[in-house]
Structures are given as structure tokens and as C-alpha cells.
Design a protein around this ligand. Sequence first.
Ligand SMILES: [Zn+2]
Length: 55
Amino acid sequence: MNKCPYCNTTHNEILQTGFVGCEHCYEEIEPLKEAVKAMYQGKKHKGKRAKNGNI
Ligand SMILES: [Zn+2]
């Protein structure tokens, strides 16, 4: 689904404004869900890059 049934915000609108309509948007709007998932995975990997590590 590309539209949130709770607040009627579409994926396009979110792309344009940069804001979600409500917390359900993250679960209801498919492309957004994927983006959030990717973001979380990115955060996990971030921990492995030690800035004060090997130099
Ligand atoms: Zn919503």
C-alpha cells in the first residue's frame, strides 16, 4: 500500500514534505517501511566502524 489508511497521507506527499502523517505511516506505506528497515540496518553496521581504532 502506498497510502496510510489512518491519516490518508500518500508516499508521494511524504517524499515532497519530508514528514509522515502519523506513526502508522511507517507500517502502512510499503516504500517507507523498506526505507526504515534499511535505516535500522545501517545503524547496526555503524557500530563496527571504530573511529579511534586501528590508527
Ligand atoms: Zn499515517
